[in-house]
Design a protein around this ligand. Structure first.
Ligand code: NA7
Length: 529
């Protein structure tokens, strides 16, 4: 099958990409490994799975009718509600007929003579297309760590990012969960309410802020929708891709009592508001320490047993330099009689046994193990495909020392290959919806530009790629982010290069750069007809 373009992944970005490329008149298909559409929201069905960007902003903005008509039940949406929304969008814009499900792309090769991509799949089909768009997501390759003896474990085990579709009943069972990132922190309170006993194996305590979730207030909804267009524009020009109001005042310009009141005000707003208390919160260690200590004090307030509270207090990384978690009753869950916290830095897990898990200090009897151990983030899904560019060079080799790109959109040596929210773009540091729409619209405009000028080939020069990759690193180095062993840094995957992968310059500033590049005839890219 010969196509104009091919999209890999039928999540939020791939589906919108399809819509826009149809608008250009492209013959295009979406190849999707899952049996259904929705990407992240298709796979992550663990108990409590919820978005921590507010519903009114974690939604497409491209259709005014859609955004006005859709009603979100909660301030922060549950996974089933988001999946229902994605399916609604697919039906409303008639997207399904060009999506091929249960088809995993295994290899993509650029043919320099034909100037086309050849794509091979695990179903044996081979397709060719002029343009290849990877819409494979930033958190889509779940990672189960090596755990000796897991094959002999007599119970059931699951990963949060590949959860069974008919759900899991933990009633009456002794459950162990490994991992206290966003997924663990969302799942733990829910599983604890159902299970006979829950043992949490914690390697690193994480900062978490209450969501204060609840039904979406009809007045908030009405007033946000009354100015939906203007609100979206604020989000597009912001740092975070949301309308959350960021402080412009650095700590030293705030009197201590003002700072204290501000911390409490932000805490009462909940969620990512806590990242926006001081203008220098993620760049100045002293400013950050104030927020970190405030957040630790809240943990001590929420957890009754001081020894357990101490174990739950993060001390090894600055506030929000690992992705900030947003919770409902997370810390309070440790006040329950049926929940035990095990610090696996003090007593590492030695192995799984037929009856449970053995640590250096004890044997924990378990019926079920839940891995909330995260993903090979940002590069994992791209590197999972054997992508070959000019001269047969592989993306895996090109990125062996860390990802390189121009704008997180294209890679030198890989003509006509686009990455939606690729490493080197704001992506995971932002509201993904805002960043996805910006990338999809930029790519569609770019392909329209090429079509109108009968240009067949686009590729960044090696120099521009180097300059952008250096810029991403330099901007990252001005922040506290590189101080944490986070998945932003690739630190959660043994052997992965330690590189800060997202672009921290801000969604609005990044958008302006992308717009400038396009306005100057795709500056930094080589175009050939
Ligand atoms: P994260 O944020 O990567 O969290 C994974 C958690 O699992 C984290 O607490 C890790 O501890 C822990 N982990 C990972 N490997 C191990 C091993 N081998 N042993 C013990 N503990 C381990 O993934 P999530 O799914 O929670 O969240 C991913 C993103 O999805 C989230 O940020 C949102 O954007 C949505 P560590 O901190 O590495 O010591």
């Amino acid at each position: 099958m010969d196509l104009d373009s091919m999209i890999v992944g039928a999540g939020v970005s791939g589906l919108y990409m399809l819509h826009r490329l149809r608008g250009l008149g492209h013959a295009t298909v979406v190849l999707e490994a899952g049996d259904g559409i929705g990407g992240t929201w298709y796979w992550n069905r663990y108990p409590g799975a919820r978005c921590d960007i507010e519903s009114l902003e974690y939604s497409y903005s491209f259709s005014e009718d859609l955004q006005q008509e859709w009603h979100w039940p909660d301030r922060y949406s549950l996974q089933p509600d988001i999946l229902r929304y994605v399916n609604h969008v697919a039906d409303r814009f008639d997207l399904r007929r060009d999506v091929r499900l249960a088809t995993r792309v295994t290899r993509a090769t650029f043919d320099e003579v034909a100037r086309r991509w050849t794509i091979e799949t695990d179903t044996g089909s081979v397709l060719t297309a002029t343009y290849l768009i990877m819409a494979t997501g930033c958190l889509s390759v779940p990672r189960v760590p090596e755990l000796e003896g897991l094959e002999d474990f007599g119970g059931r085990w699951y990963h949060t990012g590949a959860w069974p579709h008919d759900g899991v009943d933990f009633t009456g069972r002794r459950v162990g969960i490994i991992g206290t990132g966003s997924s663990g922190i969302q799942a733990i309170p829910i599983i604890a309410r159902q299970a006979r006993h829950l043992t949490v194996f914690q390697r690193t305590p994480n900062f978490s802020v209450p969501a204060w979730n609840g039904p979406l207030d009809p007045d908030v909804e009405a007033s946000f929708k009354a100015d939906y267009g203007a609100n979206r524009e604020i989000a597009r020009r912001s740092d975070s891709g949301t309308t959350l109001e960021a402080s412009t005042t650095p700590t030293h310009a705030m009197a201590p009592e003002v700072a204290k009141a501000e911390l409490e005000r932000r805490w009462a707003q909940g969620g990512f508001n806590m990242e926006l208390v001081f203008a220098d919160e993620t760049t100045d260690a002293n400013a950050n320490a104030i927020v970190a200590e405030f957040a630790r004090r809240k943990i001590r307030d929420r957890v009754k047993d001081p020894a357990v509270a101490a174990l739950l207090c993060p001390t090894d990384h600055p506030f929000a330099t690992k992705r900030l978690c947003v919770d409902t009753d997370y810390f309070e869950t440790y006040n329950r009689d049926n929940v035990t916290l095990v610090d696996i830095r003090a007593e590492p897990i030695a192995r799984a046994t037929p009856a449970g898990v053995r640590t250096a200090a004890r044997e924990v009897a378990l019926d079920d193990i839940v891995f909330a151990t995260g993903f090979d983030a940002m590069t994992g899904a791209l590197m999972a495909v054997d992508i070959r560019g000019r001269g047969g060079q592989s993306l895996r080799a090109a990125w062996a020392a860390g990802p390189r790109s121009y704008l997180g959109l294209m890679v030198a040596g890989f003509p006509n290959l686009f990455t939606v929210t690729g490493p080197g773009s704001p992506s995971v540091l932002s509201n993904m919806m805002t960043s996805i729409e910006q990338h999809v619209e930029w790519i569609a405009a770019c392909l329209g530009h090429l079509r109108d000028r009968h240009i067949r080939l686009i590729e960044p020069s090696a120099e521009t790629e180097q300059r952008w990759t250096d810029h991403v690193r330099e901007v990252g180095d001005q922040t506290l982010y590189p101080r944490a062993n986070s998945w932003y840094m690739g630190a959660n995957i043994p052997g992965k290069p330690r590189v800060f992968m997202p672009y921290v310059g801000g969604v609005g500033a990044y958008r302006t750069i992308c717009e400038g590049v396009a306005e100057h005839g795709y500056e930094g890219f080589a175009l050939a007809s």
